[in-house]
Design a protein around this ligand. Structure first.
Ligand code: NAP
Length: 251
């Protein structure tokens, strides 16, 4: 397989967790990385790691919930590498807040990044992808919302359900331009963000996973690398669940 060798990939939320895993694996598979998130120190550390392993990467400090910052990321990618083949909109936030306590600010913060960020990051790469007649847009969705539900996550579940709707409609709109749009729905992946939900949460989730362990960022990265590959060119508008079987059991 040609895979993603030589392709230029923007990865949002790349300073930690799943996004950092995607950046490492994409670089290992030969892609040139444009990593975007807010924490400059963590972003630059990732770039050094990729370069030390023989890869090519730049970091752009950006708040992905802001339209202008997404445009800045796309401009930096074009300036350095001359094209944009892949966008992985992965930056996202999740925390527990029950409906009685949920404020408008909770709702807006979650949706501004998880859902509106999907639109802004996509809009930023479209001119280049349309010019090229080629593009792969990928979004990190979630099982929470599209497939499962949990107390305290209505704001988050709604944002990820929205993401899946975005993917299907954008896929149809962008197909004539040779651009595919797909999502991966991770189950419980051991990241900094998931660890913040506490030991109790991690233990309960681990018990619910037929494959017997929490996922790793690399588990998501390999699925993303396939969907971003040249060989996945006839797959669009789809969501791929990667969850160790968590959403399967009937009982
Ligand atoms: P994480 O460990 O908390 O990392 C989140 C990443 O997003 C960090 O790189 C963070 O970097 C970045 N980020 C947060 N706010 C941002 C903003 N406004 N602008 C730009 N970057 C921002 O989270 P994770 O567990 O890796 O989750 C990553 C994605 O996977 C999210 O979309 C999440 O919903 C989804 N997901 C995770 C799981 C899981 O089990 N972990 C399951 C399903 C779906 P900075 O702080 O440097 O900006």
């Amino acid at each position: 397989m040609k895979g993603i060798k030589g392709r230029v990939a923007i990865i949002t939320g790349a300073s930690a967790g799943i996004g950092r895993g995607i950046a490492r694996i994409f670089a290992q598979e030969g892609a040139k990385i444009v990593a975007a998130s807010r924490n400059i120190e963590a972003g630059e550390r990732l770039v050094r790691e990729v370069q030390d392993a023989g890869g090519d990467a730049i970091f752009v400090a950006a708040d992905i919930s802001r339209k202008l910052d997404n445009e800045k990321v796309a401009a930096a990618a074009l300036e350095r590498f001359g094209r944009i083949d892949i966008l992985v909109h992965n930056a996202g936030i999740f925390w527990e807040v029950m409906l009685d306590d949920m404020t408008e600010d909770d709702w807006d913060r979650c949706h501004n990044l998880n859902l509106k960020g999907t639109l802004f990051s996509t809009q930023a790469v479209l001119p280049a992808m349309k010019r090229q007649g080629h593009g792969r847009i990928l979004v990190t969705s979630s099982i929470t919302g599209p497939k499962t539900g949990m107390p305290g996550f209505a704001h988050y579940g709604a944002s990820k359900g929205g993401v899946n709707g975005f993917v299907r409609n954008a896929a149809v709109e962008l197909a004539p331009h040779g651009i595919t749009v797909n999502a991966v729905e991770p189950g419980n992946i051991l990241t900094e963000g998931l660890a913040d939900l506490g030991e109790n949460y991690l233990a309960t989730m681990t018990k619910a996973i037929p494959l017997g362990k929490l996922g790793s960022p690399e588990d998501i990265a390999y699925a993303m690398a396939f969907l971003a590959s040249d060989e996945a060119g006839w797959i669009t508008g789809q969501t791929l669940t990667v969850d160790g079987g968590q959403t399967l059991p009937e009982g």
